[in-house]
Design a binder for this molecule. Structure first.
Ligand code: 4FM
Length: 250
């Protein structure tokens, strides 16, 4: 997968792409990330990339021409199957469906700064405007890294342990992950020791316990997710067991 990033501050991405699974997938050639800085594609002597907004009211936005040239350069390198994405709070809130639609594509991400970008970029070039949530950040760089991180984990071959991804929150068929424990077996003076069942070696029982805890965690922490989910007979049974012991304890 090829990712092109159009940003005034490509340095912000450097620590992010130098570590962990992003770096690994670049090394394995499963992923390539390139940067285009609108500052290098200005049409004026002062390298100006921003200008005031027509109609007044203050603030500046990114000018169209340096962005258009950056997009053209990025497209020269990436060439085919490109989806052009602009990250902004006005975009469609990122969700599973929207992520899946990006998976088989090369993408170009436009990171805005200041008060945004000239609307004609969105009208003429952008395929999808995406938001990572209802809050205002100071630029599109963090949202771009969030999006890259989400996508990279889903590229086949990137996570060597395919199971660890499929049991993560939201891929565990719409339920939150169950609690997990590791060594040491006992942490003195702390609440919540390792449940005995996890040490039993009984895989069937362990799998049931995990499903029950997932149902319980989703019920307590994200009831909105549980409402969306249709439970199987077994899940209903385990969920009832969870609630019974929860109400007994509280
Ligand atoms: C975006 C600031 C463009 C300035 C932003 C410009 C955001 C979000 C966000 C900030 N992006 N989800 N929330 N961007 O806040 O995606 Cl020009």
């Amino acid at each position: 997968m090829l990712i092109g990033v159009i940003s005034l501050f490509p340095e912000i991405f450097q620590p992010f792409i130098k570590y962990g699974i992003i770096q690994k997938s670049i090394k394995k050639k499963l992923l390539s990330i390139d940067f285009w800085n609108p500052r290098n594609y200005t049409n004026n002597k002062k390298y100006k990339v921003d200008s005031t907004i027509y109609g007044g009211g203050g603030g500046v936005i990114l000018k169209a021409e340096p962005l258009i040239r950056s997009i053209e350069q990025a497209k020269l390198k990436i060439r085919n199957n490109i989806k052009l994405i602009y990250l902004s709070p006005q975009g469609r809130k990122i969700d599973t469906a929207c992520i899946n639609s990006l998976l088989c594509k090369n993408i170009i991400l436009i990171c805005g700064r200041y008060k945004g970008i000239d609307e004609r970029i969105i009208t003429n070039f952008v395929d999808e405007e995406i938001s990572i949530g209802d809050y205002i950040l100071s630029g599109g760089e963090l949202p771009a890294m969030v999006l890259i991180d989400i996508i990279v984990r889903l590229i086949p071959g990137v996570l060597n342990n395919i199971l660890s991804n499929s049991t993560d929150s939201f891929f565990n068929n719409g339920l939150l992950d169950c609690p997990n424990y590791t060594k040491p077996r006992v942490l003195n003076n702390f609440k919540g020791q390792v449940p005995k069942i996890l040490l039993s070696g009984d895989h069937k029982k362990i799998q049931q316990w995990r499903l029950k805890q997932s149902l319980g965690a989703t019920w307590l922490k994200r009831p909105d997710l549980l409402k969306k989910k249709k439970l199987t007979k077994e899940e209903k049974f385990l969920f009832n067991e969870f609630k019974t012991s929860y109400f007994k304890k509280n």
